[in-house]
Design a protein around this ligand. Sequence first.
Ligand code: GLY
Length: 413
Amino acid sequence: MEFFTHSTLLEMECPIPVTDELVKMVAEGVFDAAVGDIAIVTNRTKIVDFTQPFIASGLVILAPIKNTKSSAWIILQPLTVEMWCVTAASFVLMGVVIWILEHRLNDDFRGPPKRQLATIFLFSFSTMFKATKEQIVSALGRLVIIVWLFVLMVIKASYTASLTSILTVKQLSSPVTGIEDLVASNWPIGYQVGSFVPGYLVENFNIARSKLVSLGTPEDYERALRQGPIKGGVAAIIDERPYVELFLSKQTEFGIVGQPLSKSGWGFAFEKNSPLAVDMSTEILRLSETGELQKIYKKWFCRKGCFTEKIQQSKSNQLPLSSFMGLFLFCSFFLLIAILIFLLQTVCQFVRCKRMQMDPSSSSSSTSSESFSSRCSQVMRNYFSFIDKKEDTIKKMFKHNSHPESQASSSGV
Ligand code: GLY
């Protein structure tokens, strides 16, 4: 078997075929095999047999990136707008629920309306710093507070983690955020000369060929990206990940933006049904399993330090409401249960109280003259004034009614 490398072809004054041509030459039997950075793509697998991929590849977008300026409102960034709104609403709701549960028992939650309103807000917001002046005395109130403190602990921990990462990780941004921006605009897009990328972009994204600019060397990449679309350069370059990673290992002003366009690998091409392809695949798999392939990758691609994903979507650190939905539902469930138990207790007491106070003669006269709705509103008013009373007063009244003789003797009647 004879080997033709780039240099032997140059010595023979043969033009170096681009990868597509090389694959065609293998298919036509000019060469037995082609060994190199050959992407395994559908058009090629139709005409040649590929080995197992020896490196993961796929198309990515390379674009200039810049540091986002630190903002005075960075403290708001960890949570999304919806999350801030729902958190603030939860504070108010929790204050109101605690007020309802404590109002009948606790003097801290009684007094003039303005003071009570202030207590609702101050109490719920001071739970954030565990600095509540008021004591919770009801069992239901304690249950709600325990659940609320748990919710608060999770939100506080997540906020702190997110703010820390926002402040410590360099935030990078690019005007190009994905292929959609490139498809929608008229900006020129770069690609590596001889690559299958133009055909792929035209076929899959309907991008006009006139927008595509071929670039030959890493220096061309750098120059075109620096110039940008306005000064005759390109907005972004679409290329295979290993080339881009190699380029980025020496560059700091550029990065991979958006999602990868495709996922594939590089393999060696053989004529259809060549037994060599199977042998080669077995050997590649063996190298991969022993970790040798990874070492080779590190040696050639990480000489100046391995590339790490540089682009961070500025929103990726924000905590969305959806992540906390379960937590809020859990808290709402307990609030609802506490309120239902409270309603059940107070309605039972109210009914009992009304029965005790019932004067049959006056009751029958009022039922005949009043409409149903006015009776309902009367009952509601009575109920609200009933739950506005201190529970001690109600209990004393029950005691008094259940032992009238002892009450009479104690009062000297
Ligand atoms: N890696 C270049 C190509 O396969 O076209």
